[in-house]
Design a protein around this ligand. Structure first.
Ligand code: ADP
Ligand code: MG
Length: 580
């Protein structure tokens, strides 16, 4: 075939494909234009999931009559004047592509008036070519109507999803922008029915409620870090008790723009490290603000990707801010009282026969007498210990050789001994690994262990970590390793088994960073080494364990994200006993 230059029409359609993927992308571009025009009220109307009609009305600055013809021209924008402006973009639009692209694949009408004009302008693009212009009476602002989207692009039309799917994308988009711009009133209508509304007069949490629902909004924890230099981070984060099976509910805005940024989303999930089970993700609405010079938004026509000048710094501030908030504010798992039935014959055991590794008896000496039954001392102590995750407990005893019953200032706590010990070991290990001070026990005879090739690769990549936590392991050719020493915690294990514990079905997910792998390895050693449920503990062992748990940085969950304790408040007890 001979080479020929594409017609303008085809070029326009190809270019439009990058910007206008589906009805929601039209809504996105039009709403962003409205926000750029400083609108205080934005109304979005969608019929038939956007196939028939999308109309966005705003009360912003409007477009001057003399400029109006240009809006359909590619690369015509009022938002960039010079090359230098490209280095510090403060508007959502800047490429001058959206209106031209949308007009190329739909029938578009623009009605607009600026504050200085008496009469408004109406423009209509027929067949993507000739502009029909007229004067009309119109309020200040702009109304853009897009009809018959993709009528001339059958390929796109075919790939449009159901109306429900398109509506879901559009309402996600509008509601998230409403959260990011609480000062602007948003309205969304599907087929003339009002489905979403936010207003400048409303509390931010009310907007959160209209986006996520009242129950979730009640639980979301607000965070706001103003003092980290030039990077500001704020938003809402779900407590660990509230999670989702995918990352879709992590919404990130950078300088007022909704972006898809894998690294930032990893920073968010890492903030929940060991607070959530694997495969669970938080609900987070995150706003990051930084100097426009420190972020480049000119990465892709859809403008949903950004590059940071110092992405490590942004990553750190985001992670730290959310982590801090979670550790300071998330409550212990509450007992679900529906499951709380009385008198099933559970026994309280206080046997002093057993003993287990990892507990330092010296600690017991510093501990107040377990017989002290007043929690008011504990309450006093509590006040003087800021930032501590859990109250000081008084140990009552053990139930089912698995749970420790304790009293805190605000009621009863049931502590899972295995999960609690895992957490205690995990923090001790992580700290020791960091300070390279770990106790290790040499094997009488070094042992050769053979693992699968994938596991071998994994071990080889993390030999330093193994060393740091007390393993002495050397590659021994192929997928074999020579084990010379084990962490004291695993001293009684079979070396092959101990090594397998670390790597068995270790699925590396796409975002696992090396540091995450390290901590997962540590978590596995702890799981292996922790006391099991079914093991009877003496009173002093219970006390020592809980004492160490109290000292943990993240005492409420085990390293795998399960709760270490369940709380039953005095009020709950009173309700259950019919006193209230
Ligand atoms: P960009 O937003 O990248 O500048 P667009 O094609 O989206 O490109 O819009 C082109 C121009 O049309 C904008 O620069 C702006 O001047 C004008 N415009 C578009 N929508 C509006 C609006 N709702 N209010 C005021 N001006 C608008
Ligand atoms: Mg635009």
């Amino acid at each position: 075939m001979a080479i020929q230059v594409l017609t303008d029409r085809i070029v326009a359609q190809i270019a439009a494909g990058e910007v206008v993927e589906r009805p929601a992308s039209v809504v996105k571009e039009l709403v962003e234009n409205a926000l750029d025009s400083n609108a205080q009220a934005i109304r979005v109307e969608v019929n038939s999931g956007g196939r028939h009609l999308i109309r966005v009305s705003d009360d912003g600055c409007g477009i001057q009559k003399s400029d109006a013809d240009l809006v359909f021209t590619r690369h015509a924008t009022s938002k960039l004047q010079s090359d230098a402006d490209l280095l510090a973009i403060g508007t959502l639009g800047f490429r001058g592509e959206a209106l031209a692209s949308i007009a190329a694949v739909s029938r578009m009408t623009v009605v607009t008036r600026t504050a200085d004009e008496k009469v408004g302008t109406r423009l209509r693009l027929e067949e993507g070519a000739s502009i029909v212009r007229s004067s009309v009476g119109a309020p200040q602002g702009t109304v853009i109507t897009v009809e018959n989207l993709f009528y001339n692009v059958p390929a796109r039309m075919k790939f449009l999803k159901s109306e429900t799917t398109e509506r879901r994308h559009i309402s996600r988009f509008v509601s998230r922008y409403a959260l990011a711009y609480p000062g602007v009133g948003f309205q969304l209508r599907f087929d003339n029915r009002l489905v979403f509304q936010s207003g400048p007069s409303r509390e931010l949490r009310e907007v959160v409620a209209s986006v996520y629902g009242v129950e979730i909004a009640r639980q979301m924890i607000e965070f706001n870090t103003q003092d980290e230099g030039s990077i500001q981070v704020s938003g809402f984060a779900s407590p660990p008790s509230l999670s989702r099976s995918n990352r879709r509910e992590i919404t990130i805005f950078v300088n007022g723009r909704w972006v898809q940024d894998v690294r930032l989303s990893v920073a968010v999930t890492q903030a929940y490290h060991t607070l959530l089970k694997r495969g669970r993700y938080p609900i987070v609405f995150l706003r990051v603000s930084l100097s426009t010079q420190d972020v480049d938004v000119n990465v892709h026509p859809a403008k949903t990707e950004v590059r940071f000048r110092d992405s490590d710094a942004v990553f750190r501030v985001v992670g730290r801010s959310i982590r801090r908030t979670l550790l300071d504010q998330s409550p212990a798992t509450q007992m679900d009282t529906r499951l709380w039935s009385s008198g099933d014959g559970a026994t309280v055991v206080d046997s002093s026969r057993s003993s287990w590794i990892g507990l330092d008896r010296v600690e017991l000496e510093n501990r107040a007498s377990p017989a002290s039954d007043s929690v008011s001392d504990a309450r006093e102590l509590q006040k003087t210990m800021p930032d501590m995750g859990v109250p000081i407990f008084r140990i009552v005893g053990q139930v089912g050789a698995a749970y420790i019953v304790a009293e805190g200032p605000d009621g009863l706590y049931l502590i899972d001994q295995h999960a609690a010990h895992e957490r205690v070991l995990y923090e001790a290990f992580s700290e020791q690994a960091a300070s390279a001070h770990i106790t290790s026990q040499a094997l009488l005879e070094p042992s050769v262990v053979e693992v699968s090739p994938e596991s071998a690769a994994l071990l080889n990549n993390h030999l330093d970590t193994l060393q740091a936590i007390g393993f002495s392991v050397e590659p021994f050719g192929g997928s074999s390793f020579l084990v010379r020493a084990l962490p004291t915690l695993l001293a009684n294990s079979d070396p092959a088994q101990a090594l397998m514990v670390l790597v068995d079905d270790f699925e590396e997910d796409e975002t696992a960073l090396d540091s995450e792998v390290d901590s997962r390895i540590i978590a596995r050693v702890c799981k292996r080494g922790a006391i099991k449920s079914g093991q009877t503990l003496s009173h002093s062992e219970q006390v020592a364990l809980v004492h160490r748990l109290e000292a943990c940085k993240v005492p409420r969950t085990c390293p795998h994200g399960r709760p270490t304790m369940i709380h039953i408040s005095v009020e709950q007890l009173e309700r259950q006993f019919g006193r209230k």
